[in-house]
Ligand binder design. Sequence first.
Ligand SMILES: [Zn+2]
Length: 264
Amino acid sequence: MSRAINSSVIKRLYGLSAGRCNICKALLLEESVHIGEMAHIIANSSNGTRGDISNTNDNSYNNLILLCPNDHARVDQDPFNFTVERLHQIKNEHESFIANATDFNILTDKKRSSDVLFLNSYFRFTPFERTRYLVDTLPNSFHIHFLSFGDMFDAILLDLPASYPLNDLHLQGKFNNFILAYHSIYECLQEQIPTFNDMRIEVFLGANANGYCHFNYKGLPYDVANEKENVLINRKFIFLQAFDDLLQYIRTYYQEVEMSSNYF
Ligand SMILES: [Zn+2]
């Protein structure tokens, strides 16, 4: 069985997590009893959750994450969603948030306010909450409001040039992934295929009365259509992953941000 966890590792883990569950943020040190659990990221035995034969008895700081009992159980019951990589990411983001929040630097508040201003401006003019619905029908069609994700980003860069890139590096990484993934889809949506007689065939047709632009199945050669469909399916998947990742991060760390748009 496992060795006891070294007291310096415990201090480091509780200190950098500010004594809070890395997932739900519950304080684990109340009323003199502590309910924190130091969960293994790679399990202690080869048949435990996320077990690895090469990694037995690893009670190092790197292999532990501070959780409440509920989240510990959840994590161990669901190794498919809580992979080793994901747990490292959760821990890293939590500890960064704590480090930023306790950085006694007068600029910290200003930096956060600037990020919040950027997010509020962006979400006010984009149907961010309906992202999934706008691209759900790809590759067959997409809703024209999808294009506001790129248009509003460009507009805010002009309006608030000092607010981007964002100060929170995790937030910036996630937002950047979202915008890059958006652009990789956008590229396909506005693409025109050149033909032998110098004509060009649009991959997507103009919006119909309901705001949907449809894939040009009739106009495109079968093999081209097939290839474009496959590219779009792949890029839609990457885009939705980037969206989920960004959404989850904002819901966890930027609860003051208003995500529902007034304009759509
Ligand atoms: Zn928890």
